[in-house]
Design a protein around this ligand. Structure first.
Ligand code: ZN
Length: 451
């Protein structure tokens, strides 16, 4: 359904001082873009979406950390199921991680395989990260030229054999190359030596799992990330920060002027290790969910601008993979499935903490769009893509894993109720009907090309 205008009492608009505030407005849309921002009462023609007074219009979520897994592990997730879940959850742009699909996105040839698999499957826009693995330094610039938004690497084992981690030396070599063409390196920061030294007995207890991946593992790896950035001048980004103990280190690096950004995830901001029941692999992720004090420190760091972004790190797997070891968290596949839930969860959790919805939007849309240079997304401005999410606090979100669009019905959020949910997404001016999400409006995004 192609809209000509959206009229609402609460549209998140930019003020001249750089703050964003909700104001009544009519957005006039044309050819997938916001053509004009007019007063609420402005006359309109054509198909106008009248948003309920209880709802907020925010920029569509730009989720830069999603594992779509197709091709190769399409039974874990795929382009169609992932982008449907995204559309239902308010995410209008996804950037796909270079692993758990087969092949991984570590050469241009592999990128082409993934782009081909995504053709005709997309309900929302999708771009791609490249991967930095041992031996592929010569592939990095061609991948960048082919349109990936940056490169992901691991400093410890990734969990899949076709995507090995980099040693510190290999990491610096990749950074040196990426700095040469002024690209971006995004890092899974856990330290292999610290992980190896930590106790990791078979156990169904989440506390035991946390002990096997201690805070110090994140700290040590982040030191490696920062040393490399300092040495090479490369722009770096720390993925899924879990440990609040690393915040001082990050703050000092920012004060020092390193080119650094940091993300965390809804599961670290929603849950606490001490309340996770035994044998609950739906909560297993790496790095792990830590305690409630840690969780509140992450919220404070977002407010203070030490953490920039919130992304889903949607990393699903089949029930067989998640239940491997029958509840033993060392054997279960690590990854939380939260693509469809993340924004509604964060909006609710923020409201409980008196944090404005505008801040949540900034962390999940504008700042992530800026990370990947998508200046036409993540904002409601004249000329920007008409990518919008409508979030209604009068509609309850009762989460049942079996009713989410994710391919596999396993969710850490199963059984939760949130006051408020995303009721509609608009992708480049096209309204997606939550009840009939059968339109495929998405496009593939190439770095440097306007969508
Ligand atoms: Zn991930």
């Amino acid at each position: 359904m192609r809209l000509d205008a959206v009229r609402a009492q609460r549209v998140l608009l930019d003020r001249p001082d750089g703050q964003s505030v909700f104001e009544p407005a009519t957005l006039r849309l044309y050819h997938g873009r916001i053509e004009a921002i007019e007063p609420f009462e402005a006359e309109t023609e054509g198909l106008v979406l009248q948003v309920p007074d209880s709802a907020y219009v925010v920029p569509g979520i730009v989720d830069t950390h999603v594992h779509i897994n197709e091709p190769g592990r399409t039974d874990w997730e795929g382009y169609l199921s992932a982008t449907e879940a995204a559309a239902l959850g308010g995410a209008t742009t996804l950037i796909d991680m270079p692993l758990n699909s087969i092949p991984p996105t570590t050469t241009v040839e592999h990128l082409r395989v993934k782009q081909k698999a995504a053709t005709t499957e997309l309900m929302v826009d999708v771009g791609f990260w490249g991967g930095a693995v041992p031996g592929n330094v010569p592939d990095l610039e061609p991948l960048w030229e082919a349109g990936v938004f940056g490169f992901k690497c691991f400093l410890s084992p990734s969990g899949v054999e076709e995507f090995p981690h980099l040693t510190s030396e290999e990491y610096v070599a990749a950074l040196t190359e990426i700095a040469r063409f002024d690209g971006l390196m995004i890092v899974h920061a856990e330290d292999p030596a610290v992980l190896d030294a930590a106790p990791a007995p078979p156990s169904r207890s989440y506390a035991d799992f946390v002990m096997s991946r201690p805070d110090e593992s994140e700290l040590a790896a982040i030191r490696t990330v920062l040393d490399g950035a300092r040495e090479t001048g490369c722009r770096v980004h720390i993925l899924h920060l879990s440990s609040a103990k690393a915040l001082d280190l990050i703050k000092d690096a920012r004060d020092e002027g390193l080119r650094l950004s940091v993300e965390t995830c809804p599961h670290y901001l929603s849950f606490a290790a001490e309340t996770i029941p035994d044998a609950s692999p739906q909560f297993k992720c790496c790095p792990p969910i830590r305690d409630s004090g840690n969780r509140e420190e992450l919220w404070a760091a977002l407010k203070a601008g030490i953490i920039d972004q919130i992304v889903s790190d949607h990393s699903p797997a089949t029930p067989a993979e998640k239940n491997k070891g029958d509840g033993d968290l060392q054997q279960a596949w690590g990854g939380v499935s939260g693509l469809q839930v993340g924004f509604s969860a964060m909006a609710f959790e923020a409201r409980r903490r008196n944090i404005p919805l505008a801040s949540v939007s900034r962390w999940m849309s504008r700042n992530t769009a800026d990370l990947v240079g998508l200046g036409n997304k993540g904002r409601i401005q004249v000329g920007a893509d008409a990518d919008l999410a409508i979030y209604d606090t009068n509609v309850e979100f009762r989460i049942e894993a079996t009713r989410l669009a994710h391919k596999n019905p396993i969710s850490a959020y199963d059984g939760l109720r949130y006051g408020g949910r995303v009721t509609r997404s608009i992708v480049r001016g096209n309204a997606i009907d939550v009840e009939h999400p059968d339109w495929r409006w998405g496009r593939q995004l190439i770095r440097g090309e306007v969508s």
